[in-house]
Every structure is written in structure tokens, then in C-alpha cells.
Design a protein around this ligand. Structure first.
Ligand code: 4AD
Ligand code: MG
Length: 477
């Protein structure tokens, strides 16, 4: 008799069959009713103990959090709330759980408290639902690219380059921190370091992905990404996962089409696959919003919001149009923005992005053709000489979900740009080679995986959609 999962049992039609199941006790009521969970579904299965025939010590050991092995009969439920239940014939305690100290009690805990217990929080309904959704999304992403002829490429985690040119990198070294070898001028001599040069954890796999796109045509990466931005916000992590497709012979319009089609596909997939988890998370969100003033509550439920994004076209707006809208907007005129929009060329802050998606357009927005000097060096310069073929996709409640561009494929324009920014050509000789040997129009984007999980689950803090968040001053577990 092979052990079954709770999900399998709850779906099972056959009644009065012998079953065998292992899981963790969520609650134990009236010395009789165990709510058992094994992670296979949000639901618990009710297991009814015959307390007259079970010894006292075993009954005492059935506590919240304990691991148990139950053998019994799957029968039609006698009570309300479930269609089947297990009549327990034999229960073995596999692992005790001390009810005095187990942090996850059957009651509501704050998200902050659960973050401090991140190793146990996945035993709650909320976190198990979020993590099942996260897993489905990751699968859907691979599935989409696989179905569409992309190759999965593993870009290096340790690199010598700063792809984004922002300098927010974590150094990788095996020097003795107290006593690194020095040059004559007192600076650290990285030539003697493990790799013979300065290296860091990758901030993006894009530059390497470009090299593969220029041979395999369509590739994507999906891996961990590291940024030492000291921004303690609900949308930034020091370690996050990024998906980066890169496609040869594709321009910016194609890039927008790809990103939109891709996002709709994965949203649809998770909606079909994790309905139960999403309904639970939707209810959780509604309960959380009850405490908020009307104006701050969402107009749409979580599932309505996902459907809305799937069913409607993203709005495509140039940076220049966006600046006009923002300049004439109420919060700008009334000086309610922290950063007022006065001139073309201003960098957009999250308050501006949120105004555009949440107040003005009320749907996902693709902003494109940004000023060259607020974007990375590799973006394709437009004929106007001042804007680049960049695109950011902004989502309601999230802000920037995707950042991408058509890449500068012309060697002379690229080297000139690098010179102006002080980027050493010798460091990126291999990247420049792409522009010497069979260069072509190509494009790609980066999707922040945790921001997608936030949008789908309705969780408001990025720390709650990754198992073990890494943020400034925090790398526990
Ligand atoms: O806009 P970014 O910096 O773009 C790139 O890195 C490009 N090289 C991507 C490409 O074209 N291949 O980052 C892409 C996305 C952002 O839109 C955001 O969703 C996410 O990555 N992101 C972060 N997510 C969590 N924490 C952080 N600190 C993030 N920084 C960026
Ligand atoms: Mg960006």
C-alpha cells in the first residue's frame, strides 16, 4: 500500500479504501480530529482518531507541527466541510513537536514575525500557497520558452564585468580580508587574487546571453542575480532571480510583443494550475484590505486583476508622451510628487511610474524610447541622437516589472558611447567582437521573477515571495 498525498486523497472517488499517509498535524481538536497537511495542496485532510482505542501517551503527542504516519480507511465524511475523511486505524508519531515552543501556532501571525521564522513559515497556508505559485510560475516560464524555440542558457554567476554599469556589485575574492597583497601604491593587487583580476557576482546575464543569441538565435537565462543597492524597499532584494531572453534579428517592437505574450502566457498558466492557492491568497488580501481606508483598497480582486492583464493589451507609451502626461498631471501641478517633473530628460521615480499605471492608464504600460543618458550603455541609439530603444514594463502595484532594449549593434556607435562613459574597451573585448563578426539587430529584456510572484500572489513585500530574502543587514538562514 503506497502512501498517498492529501491532494490525491481529496480527489479520490473510491471510498472505504485502506490508505496510508504521512504529513504534519496542523491542529488536533477534541482529542479526535486531526487536520493533516503534507504540502501537496492547501487543503488539510481530516483524520478522525478513535480515542477510546488509542493510548493516552500517543494522544498527547498529537500536537500542532508533529510529523505523523497514519493508516486507516478513506470514507465519506460524517461531518460538514469535507467530502472525505480518514478513519484512523493506526497512528505513529514520526517526529514530536513541542507545543510550548513551536512558533507556528494555529492562529494569525504577522508577516514580520513569520519572516523571523522563515524556516517554518512555509508551514502556514499563506506561505505554502505563495511558494507553490512561485514554483508553478518558474515551470511556466521554462515551458513558454521551450514551446517557442528558445534555448535555456546558464550564464556565469561570477563575472568580471558590470553589465548595468551601475557599480552595485558584490566582490568575489579569496583574499585574506585582513592582509590582501598590495601594489606599490597601496591599492589591492587583484592580479594575485583567485581569478587574476577583480571579479563580482553577476548583476545580469545579458551580455553573455547576447553572445549566445548571436549563434543560437533565441536564448534565455533564468538565474540568481545580485545587486548591492542599499535600497531597503519592499521591491528590492540583494539576491533575486531574473529571466532574460535575448533574440537575434528582433527589434524593439518584437521585444515588446514577446514580453507581453510571455507575461500573459505565464499568468494564464498559473491561473489554471493554482486556482485554489490563488483563491486563498485573494481572500487573504481582501481580509488585509478591510483594515484600510476605501481609497487604498483595490478595485479588482486578485483573480480579476490577473484576468484583466491577460485579456487586455498593454498600453505602449513613449517616454516623451509620458513626460507630457506627468507634467500636466494633478499631483505635479499641486506639487504632491516628491520629485516634480519639469523638463524632458528627468528620470522617472516610482511615484511617477505608479501614477501612470495606477491612476492614468490603469493597466500595464510599456514605456519606450527613453533619454540615452538615463539608460545603460548597450542600448540602441535612435536617429534623433538623444533617445535609446529602451523599454520598461510597469505593472499596477509593482512598478517596474521588466527592463529591456534593442541592443546597439553598430561597433562605432557602441565604442563611442563606451568612451564617453569611461568603460574600458579591453574589459569588454568579447562583447565588441559580436559587433565585428556578423553583427545584427538584436533585443532582449529582464524580468524580475520576485516582482512577478508579488503581482500574482498579491503579497506586498518582496521579502515574502522568496524563501530566504537577502536584504541589507539580513542574510539569516
Ligand atoms: O532593469 P534591469 O536592471 O535590467 C537589466 O538588468 C537588463 N540587463 C535586463 C536585460 O535587458 N536583459 O533589471 C531587470 C528587472 C527589473 O525590471 C526588475 O523587475 C528586476 O529586474 N530587478 C530587481 N528585482 C528585485 N530586486 C532588485 N534589487 C532588482 N533590480 C532589478
Ligand atoms: Mg531597469
Amino acid at each position: 500500500m503506497a502512501p498517498k498525498t492529501v491532494a490525491g486523497l481529496l480527489k479520490s472517488e473510491a471510498k472505504s479504501q485502506d490508505i496510508n499517509i504521512k504529513g504534519w498535524v496542523r491542529t488536533f481538536r477534541a482529542n479526535r480530529f486531526i487536520a493533516l497537511n503534507d504540502g501537496s495542496t492547501l487543503q488539510n485532510i481530516q483524520c478522525v482518531v478513535d480515542f477510546e482505542n488509542t493510548d493516552e501517551t500517543t494522544l498527547k503527542r498529537i500536537t500542532t507541527g508533529a510529523a505523523v504516519h497514519i493508516k486507516g480507511l478513506l470514507i465519506e465524511s460524517q461531518g460538514k466541510g469535507q467530502s472525505v475523511e480518514v478513519q484512523v486505524k493506526d497512528i505513529k508519531i514520526l517526529g514530536d513537536s513541542d507545543p510550548e515552543t513551536f512558533p507556528i501556532q494555529p492562529k494569525k501571525h504577522s508577516l514580520e514575525f513569520l519572516r523571523e521564522n522563515a524556516h517554518l513559515r512555509v508551514r502556514t497556508n499563506t506561505f505554502s500557497a505563495v511558494m507553490r505559485v512561485r514554483s508553478t510560475l518558474a515551470f511556466a516560464i521554462h515551458r513558454y520558452f521551450n514551446e517557442n524555440g528558445f534555448y535555456y542558457m546558464h550564464t556565469p554567476i561570477i563575472t568580471g564585468s558590470d553589465a548595468e554599469g551601475a557599480g552595485e556589485m558584490f566582490r568575489v575574492t579569496n583574499f585574506d580580508a585582513k592582509n590582501p597583497p598590495l601594489n606599490e601604491d597601496g591599492s589591492v593587487n587583484y592580479k594575485e587574487d583567485f581569478f587574476g583580476k577583480e571579479t563580482n557576482l553577476t548583476v545580469s546575464g545579458q551580455l553573455e546571453a547576447e553572445t549566445y543569441a548571436m549563434a543560437l538565435g533565441k536564448v534565455y537565462t533564468f538565474g540568481p542575480t545580485f545587486r548591492a543597492e542599499n535600497s531597503n524597499t519592499s521591491r528590492h532584494l540583494a539576491e533575486f532571480w531574473m529571466i532574460e531572453p535575448e533574440v537575434a534579428f528582433m527589434d524593439l517592437a518584437g521585444n515588446m510583443d514577446l514580453a507581453e505574450d510571455f507575461l500573459k502566457y505565464v499568468l494564464k498558466y498559473v491561473l489554471e494550475t493554482n486556482r485554489e492557492d490563488l483563491e486563498f491568497l485573494q481572500q487573504r488580501l481582501q481580509d488585509e484590505e478591510k483594515g484600510k481606508p476605501q481609497a487604498e483598497r483595490s478595485e479588482m480582486s486578485l483573480i480579476e486583476k490577473l484576468k484583466f492583464v491577460i485579456d487586455n493589451n498593454f498600453k505602449r507609451v513613449s517616454y516623451t508622451e509620458a513626460i507630457d502626461i506627468l507634467r500636466d498631471s494633478k499631483p505635479n501641478k499641486k506639487k504632491q510628487f516628491k520629485y516634480l517633473i519639469e523638463n524632458w530628460g528627468a528620470d522617472l521615480q516610482s511615484e511617477h511610474e505608479r501614477f501612470l499605471v495606477e491612476k492614468h492608464f490603469n493597466c500595464p504600460v510599456i514605456l519606450f524610447d527613453y533619454p540615452a543618458n538615463i539608460k545603460a550603455f548597450y542600448m540602441r541609439l535612435n536617429d534623433d541622437g538623444k533617445t535609446v530603444r529602451a523599454m520598461d514594463i510597469l505593472f499596477p502595484g509593482i512598478g517596474e516589472m521588466v527592463g529591456g532594449s534593442q541592443r546597439e549593434e553598430r561597433l562605432d556607435v557602441l565604442t563611442e558611447k563606451m568612451k564617453a562613459l569611461g568603460i574600458d574597451e579591453k574589459e569588454l573585448w568579447w562583447y565588441l567582437d559580436l559587433r565585428k563578426y556578423g553583427t545584427a539587430v538584436h533585443s532582449g529584456f529582464g524580468l524580475g521573477f520576485e516582482r512577478l510572484v508579488m503581482f500574482v500572489t498579491g503579497m506586498g513585500n518582496i521579502r515574502d515571495v522568496i524563501p530566504y530574502p537577502r536584504t541589507p543587514q539580513n542574510a539569516e538562514f
